[in-house]
Design a protein around this ligand. Sequence first.
Ligand code: NAD
Length: 503
Amino acid sequence: MNLADPQAAAGLRTPIRHQLFIDGRFVDAESGETLATLNPHDNSTIAEVALAGRADVDKAVAAAERAFPAWSRMAAADRGRILLRLADLIDANTEELARLESLDTGHPLHDSRMLDVPRTAGCFRYFGGMADKFQGDVIPVEAGFLNYLLREPVGIVGQIVPWNFPLMFTSWKMAPALAAGNCVVMKPAEITPLSSLKIAELMSEAGLPDGVVNIVPGLGSVAGQYIAEHERIAKIAFTGSTATGRRIVQASAGNLKKVQLELGGKGANIVFDDANLAAAVNGSAWAIFHNQGQACIAGSRLLLHEKIADEFLDRFIALAGSIRLGNPLDAATEMGPLTSAQHRDRVLSYVAVAREEGGELLAGGKAPAASELARGCYVEPTIVRVKSERDRVAQEEVFGPFVTVLSFRDEAEALRIANGTDYGLGSGLWTRDLQRAHRFARDLHAGMVWINSYKRVNPGSPFGGVGRSGYGREMGFEAMREYTQVKSVWVNVDAQIPPWYPR
Ligand code: NAD
């Protein structure tokens, strides 16, 4: 296989990294095994990527342990400076990173350039600035004592990243962990390892000491499972499916790891009859169709007030039909392929489920007809009017460009449907009624609520869910708390303590 071709075809200037990154060096897997990572546009092989096994994870943990004492005791501002340098390098490599991400995941190049890369740089920059601003407390305890709290890094942190936003999630996981002084063993998803390996290269350039970050692409069932079990990994942070999240909790029990889980969602997106309809139509399309719907916070359940349902749907269906599907590396493309053929098949299988359940297919439901897309993992924007909020397609996370529609009569019904799933990640509503907006913000079962917008994220704003959407929060001060543990230090300054055993 000629590995230079995909690089040239994607307009990449630098070689595609395809080895494990351990102790500051790119190395092959101990077993010599590799796994092909594919271009979802046509399922051609981009690169054969080294496949980490247990021995490689052990090597990565040992490297992290060697790096930990110096890294955790380095002045926080110095750690921050390295992350700030990394953020600048990411900005300077925007085009390279954007092309690589689009090639490996199917994200439209426009999105990779405008969202994935800037958000990745922004996250490292935010936590670079945070490193020396996150501080402990002094507790007003009894007279004569000083009691202060140290916020210490947890130690060696295992991080497991999914395939839907591999570049951005690399920063969401690593930036707070590193700012707080932890060392990292990170496993990207086996099907999308390339952008995190490129970040590793930039980390070395930014001056990150060897061993502080180790990246071990590998199978979830092998490398991922072993990271979750590992006796010398103190914390695990995971983003992915609820089923895998459960497995990770079980695997982590051996050494009682600290666990942080960002799992799936089935976001309600509620449009009231007083909403700005043009904004709601456009925002609702973005909520579900951005990144081909492969987002845990996708607005995948559209709830429409009965008075505006018909007009909204007319406009929404027309907009969905106008979205330009195409090769992600074409800058005009608005929707690319799903990230793998297996996942495309899974999404399309839900179209069959919808039909069995008596759902009405209002748009899409199939691969596009265009011959140039025939070898790729494409699915048209799909809109299904469901019969019942209890239908499987209205309850299970499809994770594709697949939105269910239901109408409601009043607030009470909208809230009941919105809260009627096991998930609780993000939800949103469109209304001009101020009181209603805040009532819903209070009453929605969710970790995040968007009012008159959807899917807003910012490195300062906590991100995470409730219920089967997981626990713990990424971003902001909350993330720094997740990646630190508190030590309470008591100092007898001048306390007069009567002796316990007077002699
Ligand atoms: P997954 O949960 O199996 O994979 C996510 C990550 O976990 C990958 O890096 C994978 O290698 C790893 N993994 C898998 N099994 C593991 C194990 N036993 N121990 C440790 N790590 C393991 O998700 P998937 O199969 O790729 O996708 C299936 C569904 O998961 C999707 O359709 C979607 O519903 C959901 N999902 C959600 C998100 C999210 O952002 N919340 C991301 C990806 C997938």
